[in-house]
Design a protein around this ligand. Structure first.
Ligand SMILES: Cc1ncc(COP(=O)(O)O)c(C=O)c1O
Length: 427
């Protein structure tokens, strides 16, 4: 699952003692395990090897430059959704041909930047986007390589905020319209509409939903091919699970066992866009206990990390396993499970200092007793953790470190109060 483990009662990331990291870099602190990132990436590649699939890491899940550079050296392609994410991958020397660009609201400036960089694929999400892209490409005397994102109207059975492949969501073009869009743009010289993209949501543990959406997409491709269109690629998106509440996610091999047979022999270049399955279990958020207090039956552990550092609990009611970094009496968790309740534990809410009742990291958890100054680890925070963080309440963002064996690299320094105000000072 990952390379975080308790050694002599203290949490380690690979070979490094996490208490030492907190003393050196302060808290809140994101700690990533390089080996875990590489392992999860390699598992996806191996599982889909028979298709020679292009693994396009979804940059939004964790977009730190050092992590992008690491995945670039592993041979990854990259899925970006903004000009900012494109700038990040170009910054670390990614070959633009290995970049795919999705998103329902690409601005002209973002499309121009991507055209000028010469990216591999635009994943277009509407007819209007195609019109504008065609116009911009023609102005620049270039041809954009485009896949149409379709909305297969399949329920991925995940949180409604992260469901994207149902008809009522804003993403992609529904299947009947998709065929008409291919016909309308077939002869537009500045775009080569030759692929289909589908991403139904995340995380998707219900593998049947992938099967359903891919079958519907392949039916569309068969109809398009029968109508004389040349379709060279299918991008089946991301959403592959990670472990949050235990060992609940299907493995890369489980997904592949169901998806690969559908795509074999289709003569399509296959792309996937995994994000969380690579980075979620590879990162943790370390926080220090500031105070403890009780209110009625409730016991609160107030820590120095907040919804500004990890918004998933507040936004999606997401579960993250939490435990002291150096628990009393070396009470290490036998498993990281949602219903773990050991003797000697106390029932607490772990909350942050932000002025919102929604500012919590964990609710109703049985934790070994903690006191002021103790460190807590919020596990499985590597994806949509730092990348969704913000400065609400004028809180400087956390630092990030990457651990490889016994080596530690500060990959983003902690923001300062100066950083908070620098862009607002009048000349
Ligand atoms: C188009 C697209 N591809 C890939 C992903 C990555 O999803 P995950 O990180 O769950 O793999 C997302 C996530 O929102 C997405 O919108």
């Amino acid at each position: 699952m990952d390379h975080f483990s308790f050694k002599h009662g203290v949490l380690h990331c690979e070979s490094v003692d996490v208490t030492a990291l907190a003393s050196r870099f302060g808290t809140p602190l994101y700690v990533y395990s390089q080996q875990t990132i590489v392992d999860h990436y390699n598992r996806m590649v191996t599982a889909f090897e028979s298709l020679s699939a292009n693994m396009c890491y979804s940059v939004k899940s964790c977009s730190n430059l050092s992590i992008l550079a690491l995945l670039n050296t592993c041979g990854a392609c990259f899925d970006v959704v903004s000009g900012g994410e494109l700038a990040r991958v170009l910054e670390v020397g990614v070959d633009p041909k290995r970049v795919v660009f999705a998103g329902v609201g690409k601005t002209d400036l973002e499309m121009i930047a991507a055209l000028d960089a010469g990216i591999g694929w635009f994943n277009a999400e509407s007819e209007q986007e195609l019109e504008i892209l065609a116009h911009l490409a023609s102005q620049r005397g270039t041809i954009a390589q485009v896949a149409l994102r379709v909305n297969p109207d399949v329920d991925p059975q995940t949180h409604h905020h992260t469901t994207t492949g149902k008809r009522e969501t804003k993403f992609g073009v529904d299947l009947p319209l998709a065929q008409r869009v291919f016909e309308a743009f077939a002869k537009t010289p500045s775009i080569n509409l030759a692929g289909v993209h589908v991403h139904i949501g995340s995380p998707v543990h219900h593998i049947e939903a992938y099967v359903d959406s891919i079958k519907r997409t392949l039916d569309l491709i068969a109809r398009l091919r029968a109508g004389g269109h040349t379709i060279t690629s299918i991008n089946v998106g991301g959403g592959y699970g990670a472990h949050y509440t235990g060992e609940e996610a299907p493995t890369a091999a489980d997904y592949a066992a169901n998806i690969v047979p559908l795509l074999q022999g289709t003569k399509l270049t296959v792309m996937l866009e995994p994000g969380r399955s690579i980075t979620a279990n590879a990162g943790v958020l370390i926080a220090r206990t500031i105070f403890k207090k009780s209110s009625g039956e409730k016991q609160f552990v107030i820590v120095d990390a907040a919804m500004t550092d990890l918004i998933r609990p507040a936004l999606y009611d997401a579960f993250h396993f939490a435990w002291p970094v150096a628990p009393v009496k070396e009470m290490v968790p036998p498993q990281r499970k949602h219903d773990l309740q050991l003797e000697g534990t106390e029932r607490v809410d772990i909350v942050g200092p932000v002025c919102e009742t929604g500012d919590f990291l964990a609710k109703d958890r049985w934790l070994p007793p903690v006191v002021r100054g103790d460190l807590l680890c919020i596990f499985s925070s590597g994806a949509y953790g730092f990348s969704m963080s913000n400065q609400y309440n004028s809180r400087p963002r956390a630092a990030e470190v990457l651990v490889h064996g016994d080596k530690v690299k500060l990959i983003r320094r902690r923001e300062t109060y100066e950083d908070l105000v620098a862009l607002e000072r009048s000349e």
